[in-house]
Write a protein that binds this ligand. Structure first.
Ligand SMILES: Nc1ncnc2c1ncn2[C@@H]1O[C@H](COP(=O)(O)OP(=O)(O)OP(=O)(O)O)[C@@H](O)[C@H]1O
Ligand SMILES: [Mg+2]
Length: 392
């Protein structure tokens, strides 16, 4: 049995804990607030700011974990190199977690070092730099903070008159001590995918889950479905890029590698997470022989994953809060409409978050069908069933 320190205790962490415990592991779940989803099912928990390096050191010192698994990006990730030196296994690796928490490191690695196709991009620290970069890229373009999550601070700029707003919005949405933006060419893609990629301990092959299609609104995922039909050459290209970038980052685990696909211009690498991906919650519908959390856990523990098989088609749709905390009827969020959702053949996960914010993700509905099912029907069903649920 291994002791796993889980940094970040949201809904993805919760499913990871369940997967780890099914393999007999002991998990200490950490986050900045008490009662976080993963804490509800973990063996132990700790509440502290994971951006505080000393607090992180203290938790590591106290628990002596064998393994550290990061569920989020807002972590003082430089310290992970020290833990790795101390012999603690960081999943997938300190390098991977450190590179991916800042868009700059990962984008330069992908575009410059590995030569992968990405949107053209520049960085900007000042409004003037942003104006100069926009002049080179043209409009529309996309402005994002180097460090943020779930679309915070991100905007599409249609013309020069929107730049100032994009600058201020991006700077305000920046997390931590990095106040810098990336400005990218807007890719007019036909669709986007997450390619869940499983890297394994030395000598075992890298595996790819069937591609997951998804739809984002305001930089946040609303629905996902699997498998996203793709031209074989586009899928091969995405797999080649995912293999290259995960190999360069090193370590075993699951990765959510995001791509934009244009039928005309081909496949663009966008970004990646060295951990289960929110759009991958569709695998909770039983679409695969192992869901993404089980795959991450196996790979992290060094257990072989011989193959990933698609068993069923599936779709997921998120349940968002339509209210803020001040409007809650009671001390905890409550849910209306779950019964109606359950009347149909589908599954719902309520994450059990102790409080709400406007548009906070509170749950997900997953549906599945036979391999010959119509994916559009499954997608519509997932969205319809999710829409029945109301947070109050
Ligand atoms: N250059 C671009 N062209 C077109 N659309 C884009 C571009 N960059 C981002 N988008 C859209 O915005 C969504 C979110 O962007 P991105 O994945 O870069 O950030 P994020 O998911 O908010 O970051 P994080 O994963 O850290 O939360 C993308 O999935 C895509 O739909
Ligand atoms: Mg993304």
């Amino acid at each position: 049995m291994k002791k796993i320190l889980l940094l970040g205790s949201g809904e993805l962490g919760k499913e990871f804990v369940i997967a780890a415990q099914r393999l007999g592991q002991h998990v200490v779940a950490c986050d900045s607030y008490a009662g976080a989803p993963a804490m509800q099912v973990a063996d132990e928990s700790e509440v502290f700011s994971m951006l505080d390096g000393d607090a992180l050191d203290a938790a590591v010192e106290k628990h002596h974990p064998d393994t550290i698994v990061c569920e989020i990006e807002a972590i003082r990730t430089e310290r992970l190199y020290d833990y790795e030196k101390q012999g603690i296994h960081v999943v997938p690796s300190a390098r991977a977690v450190n590179f991916t928490m800042n868009r700059k490191a990962i984008r330069d690695l992908a575009a410059k070092d590995l030569g992968l196709k990405t949107a053209r991009y520049f960085y900007a620290r000042t409004f003037q730099e942003l104006q100069e970069a926009a002049a080179q890229i043209g409009f529309p373009c996309v402005v994002k903070p180097l460090m943020s999550s779930s679309g915070k601070g991100q905007s599409v700029v249609r013309g020069a008159e929107d730049l100032e707003h994009a600058f201020n919005y991006g700077m305000e949405g920046s997390r931590g001590d990095v106040k810098e933006l990336i400005i990218e060419e807007f890719i007019d893609f036909d669709y986007e995918i997450t390619l869940l990629t499983v890297t394994q301990a030395e000598g075992r092959p890298t595996l790819f889950c069937p591609p997951i299609g998804h739809v984002q609104k305001n930089g946040d995922y609303r629905e996902s479905f699997q498998p996203r039909a793709m031209k074989p050459e586009h899928l091969r290209e995405a797999e080649r890029m995912a293999k290259a970038v995960t190999e360069a980052l090193s370590g075993a685990g699951i990765w959510g590698v995001e791509f934009f696909v244009s039928e005309k211009n081909g496949v663009y690498f966008s970004e990646l997470s060295p951990r289960p991906h929110d759009t991958g919650m569709v695998t909770l519908a039983g679409t695969q022989n192992f869901n993404e959390f089980e795959l991450h856990c196996r790979a992290a523990l060094g257990l072989p994953v011989p193959c990933v098989k698609l068993l069923r088609k599936g779709a997921s749709a998120v349940v968002l809060s339509g209210i803020d905390a001040a409007s809650m009827a009671g001390p905890f969020p409550q849910y209306r409409g779950v019964e109606r959702t359950c009347e149909e053949d589908a599954d719902i996960r309520i994450f059990g978050k102790p409080t709400v914010r406007m548009n906070r993700r509170m749950g997900v509905v997953v549906v599945s069908g036979e391999q010959d099912a119509d994916l559009d029907v499954l997608r519509d069903k997932a969205k319809r069933l999710a829409s029945y649920v109301e947070v109050f």
